[in-house]
Design a protein. Structure first.
Length: 473
């Protein structure tokens, strides 16, 4: 294992003695990197479980304190169908959806919780946008250390369910305050130096799985920017240990959602300093990070590797979820399918050469986000009414469903709908009742007024289905 030398600021370079309570640089507030004195050569230890196969490049933890739920060692899929579709030479998907709690952060929880055990910590406090809290909850069960998780409203439901099921104590807060560690309790967040350090093992693993070669591009999602930095660190370690590495140049591509893309904006400003996003607005909750702690570091490593920073919009992200699921049988959460959305965009814009080898990190499972799954199902299937009912939504009466069916064939006015209900469905109701149903359907967002046409001096208001109505029917 590697002994910790010190913590180094990823922005200003200031160094500090290692302290599990020190999370950010005292000078500039940026994320810290755990710098190591590598004693051994880099070896992949098959005899060890989970993350600990990479013990030779991880901060030292005595074996009796090492915790694992079998994280890491995830599949690297060759994606032939997407290669053909996009016309790219080689595409690999690093499938972190199969981690014990469905997220790449299980690697981080394994390392942090093992340190916590080694330091005799009894209680962990976290504030999390979702995945880290869910992951730490599972590892706190395994280690017997209690966990207090603070989450914000809007958290993905699946992640909240996970935390509760694993037995964490969960509280909902309006905003995350910079919590301080208390006696016997330690705070852990996504930008924690140990949490970030573990993320580098994804790239190290990819290198082994590609038979000791490196891809031309690696595409990673960016929230705090830590994964981009950790990937760069892994690439440097590989070059340090393996002098004759083939194709040493791997470009790092970092992706953010359009509604919250402070690192991408700095990249396009050609600035070396990331400015906080003033009004972040994205439903990709895990990437809604206005002031990324590894932002400047991520920007620097993208530039240094001649990579690219790119943002994608929500439509592109939803399309990418479907694309990945339909082409590869891999169901990713929105924050993870971002990398596929970026790949498509960059190939279309000819920013990635087609004769390249590309690796996309798929960082988390789609099963964690029932709301997005429902939205996709409504867009893609004709089982809308059943889905609404099963998911506890509004159940529409059979008359309303019939009105929607009539409107799915053509736009129609009130009397016409009344007549069709009578003739087609043998339904005898009064005309005012039809208008009441139409009003309800408008209020629920399934129907809207389309146009008013005057025929023989009589005004007729036509009704049509909204996109929501079309999806439902
Ligand atoms: Zn600093």
């Amino acid at each position: 294992m590697a002994k910790i030398a010190h913590l180094r600021c990823t922005n200003c370079g200031e160094t500090y003695d290692f302290d599990i309570n020190l999370k950010l640089c005292k000078k500039c507030g940026s994320g810290l990197s755990v710098e190591l004195n590598y004693s051994d050569k880099f070896e992949y230890l098959d005899s060890q479980i989970g993350l600990w196969k990479f013990a030779s490049i991880l901060p030292e933890v005595k074996e009796i304190f090492r915790i694992s739920l079998g994280e890491g060692n995830t599949v690297l899929h060759r994606s032939k169908r997407i290669e053909n579709e996009l016309g790219i030479k080689e595409l690999f998907l690093k499938d972190e959806t199969v981690e014990p709690t469905g997220s790449y952060l299980d690697r981080s929880s394994a390392l942090f919780m093992s340190f916590a055990l080694m330091y005799g910590i009894k209680r962990i406090i976290t504030y999390s946008t979702g995945n880290l809290g869910a992951s730490l909850s599972a590892y706190s069960s395994k280690s017997g250390i209690s966990l207090q998780a603070y989450v914000k409203q809007g958290i993905d439901l699946g992640k909240l369910y996970q935390m509760i099921a694993y037995g964490a104590n969960v509280s909902v807060v309006e905003a995350f305050k910079e919590l301080k560690s208390k006696e016997g309790a330690v705070v852990v967040t996504e930008y924690d130096p140990l949490v970030n350090e573990a993320k580098k093992t994804i790239m190290s693993e990819v290198f082994h799985q590609l038979n000791f070669r490196l891809p031309d591009y690696v595409i990673v999602p960016m929230g705090e920017g830590g994964l981009a930095y950790a990937t760069y660190k892994a690439l440097n370690e590989l070059k340090f240990f393996l002098k004759n590495i083939k194709n040493p140049k791997t470009r790092i591509i970092g992706v953010q959602p359009e509604g919250c893309a402070p690192i991408v904006k700095a990249y396009f400003r050609s600035s070396s300093a990331v400015e906080p996003e003033i009004t972040p607005k994205t439903r990709i909750f895990d990437l809604n990070i206005a002031d990324p702690k590894f932002g400047n570091a991520a920007l620097r490593v993208i530039k240094e590797t001649e990579g690219i920073a790119v943002s994608v919009n929500e439509e592109e992200i939803l399309d990418a979820i479907s694309f990945l699921a339909e082409k590869e049988g891999l169901l990713a959460e929105p924050a993870a399918s971002l990398t596929i959305a970026a790949l498509k965009k960059l190939i279309e814009h000819k920013e990635i050469k087609k004769e390249s080898t590309v690796v996309c990190f798929i960082t988390g499972s789609g099963l964690k986000d029932p709301r997005i799954l429902k939205e996709l199902a409504l867009r893609k299937s004709n089982l809308g009414t059943l889905i609404e009912e099963l998911s506890g939504g509004k159940t529409l009466s059979s008359t309303k469903v019939k009105i929607l069916k009539i409107l799915s064939e053509k736009d129609a006015y009130g009397y016409q709908i009344w007549r069709e209900l009578k003739e087609k469905y043998e339904l005898n109701i009064r005309i005012p009742t039809v208008y009441q149903h139409l009003l309800d359907l408008i209020n629920d967002g399934y129907v809207k007024k389309s146009e008013t046409i005057t025929t023989s001096g009589r005004k007729r208001i036509y009704y049509k289905l909204t996109d929501r109505g079309k999806a439902l029917i």
